[in-house]
Structure formats: structure tokens, C-alpha cells
Design a protein. Structure first.
Length: 59
């Protein structure tokens, strides 16, 4: 079987971390597709996650 790939961007990674729907979709198709993302997408997602959590903790 030919490997099919889907490239994920930072927005999809963030949605997967925050919610249920995207995570469920990724799980559903995990056996049919190979998911990959450039390292900058992970770095962007992590930076956005940190900023949003810091903003939430402000008084």
C-alpha cells in the first residue's frame, strides 16, 4: 500500500491539543494516513499554547 501523508500545520496541532474533534479525526485516520508536520509548526503551536495559558492565568 502506498503511504498517504497529510502535513499538519500549527493551527491543526493547536486544535488537536485543545479540543476533542480534531484529535478524534486524527485517531480515526491514523491507520490510513501518515501525519507529519515541520518542526516550526510544533514550535509555533507550543509558543501559542504557552501564551494562551499565561493569558488565562493573569488576574
Amino acid at each position: 500500500m502506498v503511504a498517504r501523508r497529510i502535513v499538519l500545520d500549527a493551527n491543526i496541532l493547536i486544535r488537536a491539543m485543545r479540543g476533542v474533534k480534531v484529535g478524534r479525526l486524527l485517531s480515526t485516520y491514523a491507520e490510513s494516513f501518515e501525519f507529519c508536520a515541520p518542526s516550526i509548526a510544533f514550535e509555533d503551536a507550543e509558543a501559542i499554547r504557552r501564551r494562551s495559558w499565561q493569558a488565562r492565568d493573569r488576574p
